[in-house]
Design a protein around this ligand. Structure first.
Ligand SMILES: [Zn+2]
Length: 146
């Protein structure tokens, strides 16, 4: 199946093009999260100087286990996504350059195609809290026993 998230760079112009896509966990290669339904991507794709830019929002729901009461619950997320792609090969950096670059929002591409699934997947994975709570007022496990 041809991925909806692979774009021909040569067809991306300065003019912003809006996309509104529904994609599955399989298409994003997400295997470690319990996604509820498809992921909704709304973003624009355009060229600025020597970079291809993707900017938009990812809406999705995920089934999580409350770290306080262990109940399974669903949580909705709406995450901003932004990435710049620059043509060329990624320069080899030493350790300290890598540390300095950690906040940089760009990636490299060296063919005529870019695949947005990586940035979409990373944004989703980074949004998930390490210790989710089902509710800010969750009373924890004791309440369920009483
Ligand atoms: Zn809870």
């Amino acid at each position: 199946m041809k991925s909806q998230l692979v774009f021909n760079v040569l067809k991306i112009k300065n003019e912003k093009i809006q996309y509104d896509l529904m994609v599955t966990a399989e298409e994003l290669e997400i295997t470690n999260l319990d996604l509820v339904g498809p992921v909704h991507l709304t973003f624009e794709l355009y060229r600025r100087a020597n970079a291809i830019i993707v900017s938009g929002v990812i809406d999705f729901s995920i089934r999580l286990i409350c770290s306080n009461c262990l109940k399974i619950f669903e949580q909705k997320f709406s995450e901003r996504v932004y990435q710049e792609y620059i043509k060329g090969k990624e320069p080899i950096k030493n350790y300290f350059q890598q540390l300095e670059d950690i906040d940089f929002d760009y990636e490299y591409y060296d063919s005529d195609f870019i695949n947005l699934s990586g940035i979409m997947r990373d944004t989703i994975e980074l949004a998930i809290p390490l210790a989710p709570w089902c509710d800010p007022n969750c009373k924890g496990i004791d309440e369920n026993i009483i």
